[in-house]
Design a protein around this ligand. Structure first.
Ligand SMILES: Cc1ncc(COP(=O)(O)O)c(C=O)c1O
Length: 364
């Protein structure tokens, strides 16, 4: 087999996946474990697929030390589906919840919570700071009768990340799509966590949802079948035909993560990868500028600007020509963004740091 041509892919998601995982998928695609067919051709109730499914669920549990009080689910519909499913289950009859408005993804979660009929209080509104900062977690509280307090642990577009989480009376609920499995989670504080797979843990098309028994008891039992979390828990995350290929791939990524040292390794590696990029920005004499409050800069999505948009376009194009792809900022904000998720090797971050250094020297 010829050696594959691989570039450093800094896309925000879907994004780079570990090469050994892609190679294993390639090797197993035609004949999965001697079954004479691929994993995507088998019944989801067949023994091999059930084993893949259960193993992936268990890996999430092991990697994040999820206690028995919480249930792990793989659901379709991405994280966007959870923006609505969550309040439909938990805010029936106009119940209250606190939301933090930290940027583009939080905004969507808030809009759906309102559309679902929830009585939503903004515990924090980052609008006046153009979503470049977060509140001090110690200043946060939940309102009386709040069913949950929602936050977006990492704003993928804004490059903004909660480093610690508020200690409030209501259970925390978090959209962790873009930093899931890059740091430990204190389950005594979290009632529900959801994360679309296509950043840190696999291909798009599946979302991990982890829900506590306590919140499950409060779910609206009147929901239509698929929308009811309790039915998914009863069905052991196989209420209907699950996205088998995605779950299989997630399972392989989780095995890969375990082999590297799990979440503790991921956390250190993320700090190191993002660290070299923030360092170039800091030492560029103002050529590169990160708009985000230093205390809350993301270890997953490093956003930065150059002196003007023409230079930004040249930067993105020149980087791509050198195999450093996906550096264009989100279309809603412009600028540049380097997404350095778990599967991005340190060498990729170093290569980008060198390129940034040289580009600043020749264009500054
Ligand atoms: C933080 C965050 N939340 C939610 C989403 C939406 O995820 P999906 O496209 O899986 O619905 C994204 C996608 O990039 C995201 O970054």
């Amino acid at each position: 087999m010829p050696t594959a041509h691989r570039i450093h892919n800094f896309s925000a998601g879907p994004c780079t996946l570990p090469l050994p995982v892609l190679q294993q998928i390639q090797a197993e695609l035609i004949d999965f474990n001697g079954n004479g067919m691929s994993v995507v051709e088998m019944s989801h109730r067949s023994k091999p697929v059930v084993e893949v499914h259960e193993r992936a669920l268990q890996s999430v549990r092991d990697l994040l030390a999820v206690p028995d009080t919480h249930h792990v689910l793989f659901l379709g519909g991405g994280a966007t589906f959870q923006f609505g499913m969550l309040p439909l289950n938990l805010l029936h009859g106009g119940q209250k919840a606190d939301y933090t408005h930290s940027g583009a993804w939080a905004k969507k979660a808030i809009a759906d919570a309102k559309a679902a009929g929830g009585d939503i209080r903004l515990a924090f509104d980052g609008t006046e700071h153009a979503y470049t900062t977060l509140p001090n977690p110690a200043t946060q509280s939940s309102s009386p009768e709040s069913v949950y307090y929602h936050l977006t642990s990492n704003e993928t577009i804004g490059g903004l990340q909660w480093k610690d989480f508020p200690r409030v009376d209501a259970p925390l609920v978090a959209d962790m799509s873009s930093d899931f499995l890059s740091r430990p989670i204190d389950w005594s504080r979290f009632g529900l966590v959801y994360a679309g797979a296509q950043k840190n843990i696999g291909p798009a098309g599946v979302c991990v949802v982890i829900i506590s028994d306590e919140l499950l008891q409060q779910c609206n039992g009147q929901q239509v079948n698929y929308l009811n979390y309790a039915n998914h828990v009863k069905g052991e995350s196989m209420l209907n035909t699950p996205p088998v290929f995605q779950i299989y791939a997630v399972g392989l990524v989780l095995d890969w993560l375990k082999s590297h040292g799990g979440v503790a390794w991921a956390q250190q590696a993320a700090a190191k990868r993002s660290g070299v990029l923030y360092d170039v920005i800091a030492k560029s004499g103002g050529f590169y500028r990160c708009p985000v409050d230093e205390r809350y800069r993301s270890s997953m999505n490093v956003v930065f600007r150059l002196p003007d948009e023409t230079l930004e376009a040249t930067f993105i194009k020149s980087a791509a020509a050198q195999g450093l792809d996906g550096l264009k900022g989100h279309r809603s904000v412009g600028g540049c963004r380097a997404s350095v998720y778990n599967a991005m090797p340190q060498a990729g971050a170093e290569a980008l740091a060198h390129f940034m250094h040289d580009f600043a020297a020749s264009h500054g």
